[in-house]
Structures are given as structure tokens and as C-alpha cells.
Ligand binder design. Sequence first.
Ligand SMILES: NC(=O)C1=CN([C@@H]2O[C@H](COP(=O)(O)OP(=O)(O)OC[C@H]3O[C@@H](n4cnc5c(N)ncnc54)[C@H](O)[C@@H]3O)[C@@H](O)[C@H]2O)C=CC1
Ligand SMILES: O=C(O)[C@H]1O[C@H](OP(=O)(O)OP(=O)(O)OC[C@H]2O[C@@H](n3ccc(=O)[nH]c3=O)[C@H](O)[C@@H]2O)[C@H](O)[C@@H](O)[C@@H]1O
Length: 469
Amino acid sequence: MKITIIGTGYVGLVTGACLAELGNDVFCLDVDQRKIDLLNNGGIPIHEPGLEEVVARNRAAGRIQFSTDVAASVAHGQLQFIAVGTPPDEDGSADLQYVLAAARNIGRHMDGFKVIVDKSTVPVGTADRVAAALQDELGKRGDAAAGSEFAVVSNPEFLKEGAAVEDFMRPDRIVIGHGDSPAGLRARDLMKVLYAPFNRNHERTYWMDVRSAEFTKYAANAMLATRISFMNELANLADRVGADIEAVRHGIGSDPRIGHSFLYAGAGYGGSCFPKDVQALERTARQYDQELLILRAVEAVNDRQKQVLGRKVVQRFGADLAGKRFAVWGLAFKPNTDDMREAPSRVLLRELIERGASVAVYDPVAMEEARRVLALDLAPEQLEKIDFKAAPMDALHDAEALVIVTEWKAFRSPDFDQIKARLKNPVIIDGRNLFDPAQMTALGVEYHGIGRSVLTGRPGQDGQQEAQA
Ligand SMILES: NC(=O)C1=CN([C@@H]2O[C@H](COP(=O)(O)OP(=O)(O)OC[C@H]3O[C@@H](n4cnc5c(N)ncnc54)[C@H](O)[C@@H]3O)[C@@H](O)[C@H]2O)C=CC1
Ligand SMILES: O=C(O)[C@H]1O[C@H](OP(=O)(O)OP(=O)(O)OC[C@H]2O[C@@H](n3ccc(=O)[nH]c3=O)[C@H](O)[C@@H]2O)[C@H](O)[C@@H](O)[C@@H]1O
């Protein structure tokens, strides 16, 4: 099938590359000329395992092209995927300007039946706004194409960064919302053909109305964020009451009604989606005079949890960190990505530096992106306090403690003797519970995890209450 993808970011590029891999003829459009030039020169703008190979293979086979030519992009695909960003507006609602701009471009240039596929995460009701914007542009045209038919379907994306290609190629489910007008049913049939290679009998495709599909995406992210904040809140209590949150996680996860996934306590959730989508759903509810109390708490708990590592540093080393140096491993919001959006590391670094400390940092792939975003977060003299190191062990010299923010695989089995030898004190503050506290104690490491202080003989010493006192 001939497919156009509007917006060649994480979702657009992965969608385009994976659909090309299945034999489709894909046209990827973006407004960012640098991104398109990079892709046309064989580069990849994001770090995503496996993506480079898929893009290269399909470019060589002539199944994927990259361009900023809007008219050509509209002419190319009968299916027009909208995969542009939907960042939070000032009030937390999803900013739809890019989505609606894409819709207007289609209306300006289309000639014949088109299916507009909303893949961006958009609030309930957006498909109607996309249709209205497109219709408005069609209405301004004096040519024969002004009467062209179209349908808008909702096909939200559930991929995770760091596993995006795998998630796209082997989806748990495909959600498609469509209308029941003749154009809507025609669109449904085209989507059926498109997704057949992923599940021949459509056993994993959930067909529904458009609004339910739009809602499903927010409901999924809100549920996952809720699980994380719930576990983080319990982890802080576990520290106080002398229980081990990891044992609790296994204990509850074995109940199939709860399940093991997404129950890891940590340094708070980050990334481009959970924070903005939780906010946007709350905002939608407010527009309908409803308050989503649970989600408000999920957000508040997460904001507080992002400060947990800073609190643990302060508990151990005092509020005044002037002249002290700390090592930080992991900057990206999660492993296998260079994405720094809403990363907990940004909150930690700001706190350490504002308290007078200097920091040596290391991340396997996010260093360049970290330099870029930290230059926006911090004043130039604050940025100077951050030393970007080429290897994890290089960050440890003269540091009071090692703080781990992201659970990269490369951090899971480090040489603890080397860590101890390089650090000023053998202290590890672990925001992702990578290590066994008993083993750390046996190795002579003073270990602070999340919700596990009972195992290091320091129950009650890591909770938020004491830090606030
Ligand atoms: N990043 C992720 O893991 C996931 C993101 N989503 C959703 O997908 C959407 C896209 O997210 P990302 O891919 O992360 O965003 P992104 O910021 O990486 O990419 C968006 C791209 O759209 C381009 N763009 C903006 N306006 C345009 C226009 N009028 N025409 C053509 N291109 C235009 C931008 O230049 C940018 O390259 C968002 O709604 C997000 O919530 C959904 C699932 C996963
Ligand atoms: O809508 C989106 O953009 C995507 O958002 C998330 O994907 P992503 O943000 O890439 O990453 P996750 O693996 O979900 O992790 C998000 C954050 O939660 C944290 N997390 C995750 C799991 C857990 O148990 N505990 C925990 O703290 C991670 O460290 C990370 O900061 C969802 O998992 C995807 O299904 C969804 O498509």
C-alpha cells in the first residue's frame, strides 16, 4: 500500500520504517529540514535499537523516502498517518496545533479519497476537529477536488521507547476506531488490509468507535502511570515500616489479577508521554466538569518521587553540599534511549548543583542530548559544575557517593572493588534497585535503594518525612 507518514519523529519514523519492512511504499514527511537531510544521508535522528538497520534496508530497497514536500506527501498515500507531536499546552491540555496543521495540509492538496489516520496521542474528540479542519480547507478550494471524500480513523500507538521496533512489529494489540459512514467503513477495510500481516485473523485488533479508541490510549498510559506512582508511594512507606518493596512486588505480582509488569518502584516516571498524557486526561475531565482525583495524586506522587534521590543524598550528606562531588550513572529517562524528556536525572542534577555540589555524569547514549537539555535547564555557571565523562568508572573519582538514576544493562554487574577504590566513601544510592542489598553490605558498600532499607539495617531512615524535617 502507498502510505504517507506526517511527522518523522519517534513514532513516525518507527511506523514508517516498520510498514516499509512489510513491503509498503512509505513517504515520510517532516517540517524539520535537518532531520530529513540527516535521514537522506543515511543518518538516524534518534537512538532506537534495530531502527537504523530497518531504515537502511528499506531505503536501499526504495520502499521508504524522506521529504519536506507537503504536496508530494499528500499525493503519495491513500493512507495519511498523522504522527506529529502533541506537547502539553500551558494548561496541561494537548497542544493540537501540529495535528491540525497536518490536517489542513491534507485538505489543501488532496485529490481523491484519503484516510487520515490519527496516530498521535490526541484527546477524545480530536478526530472530529481533524475532519473539520480538513473540510474547511477543502471548502476553500475552487477545483474539482473540493468534493473529495475522506475518513478520519484513530489508531493510537502503544510502542515503548527503547523497544519501539519490536513493539511495533509484535504488537500486543492494535486499536482502530472508525466511523460507520460509507467512508468510515471503507477506511476500516483499508486498515484491515494494512494490519493483516501483524495478525492474519485480526485476533489482536480491537475495532471500536473513534472516541473510544482515542480514550483507550489515555486510559492505558494513565493506568500504567498509576501503577508506578502506587508502587513508589508504597516503597517510601516500606522504608519507614521496615519492609522490602521488592519482596512485596513479587508477592502481589503473582496474583494474575495484578500481574508482575510495571510494578517497579524507582526514581519516578519520565519520558515524553506519561507526564503529558496524565495531565492531558485530567484536563479533558475538567473540561467536562469532572475531576480525576486519582490522576491528580499520581502526578503529585511522581513529582515528589523525582526528588527521592536528592532527598537521600541530603539525608546522608546534609543539606549543604558545597565542595562535595557526586557521581551520577544514567541520564536518559529509561534505558535504551537517548531521550531526556522529563528525565528524573534532570531534577537530581538541579538539586545537587543548587546545593553547591559538583557532579560527574555518565550515560551510555544520552550524553549529547543531556548536554543540550541541561544547557536549557541550568545557568552557564551551574552547567560548569557538571563533568561529562566518557566511561562510568571515570565519573567516580573523589565522589562522595555514586547515584544511579537509569537502569542501563551495563550498570548491572559493575566491578564493585573498583567502585569502592575510586569513590571517597563506599556509598551507592540506587534509584532503580539494581543490586541485592545483602550482597552490598557483604561487600562493604553502604547501599541505599528505594523501599529496601530494612535489608541494609537502616529501616525508617529513607522516607520522605525525615528529609522534610
Ligand atoms: N515517543 C513515544 O514513545 C510515543 C509517542 N506517542 C505519541 O505520538 C506522537 C508523536 O510523538 P513523537 O514521535 O515522540 O514526537 P517527536 O517530537 O519525536 O516527532 C514529531 C515530529 O513531527 C514533526 N512535525 C511537526 N509538525 C509537522 C507537520 N505539520 N508536518 C510534518 N511534520 C511535522 C516534527 O518536526 C517532529 O519531527 C505524540 O502524540 C506522542 O504522544 C505515542 C506512543 C509512543
Ligand atoms: O504513549 C507513549 O508514548 C508510550 O508511553 C510509555 O512508554 P515509554 O514512555 O517509552 O516508556 P516506559 O517503559 O513506559 O517507561 C516510562 C517511565 O516509567 C518508568 N517506570 C516504568 C516501569 C516501572 O515499573 N517503573 C517505572 O518507574 C520508567 O523508568 C520510565 O521513566 C508506554 O509504556 C507505552 O506503551 C506508550 O506507547
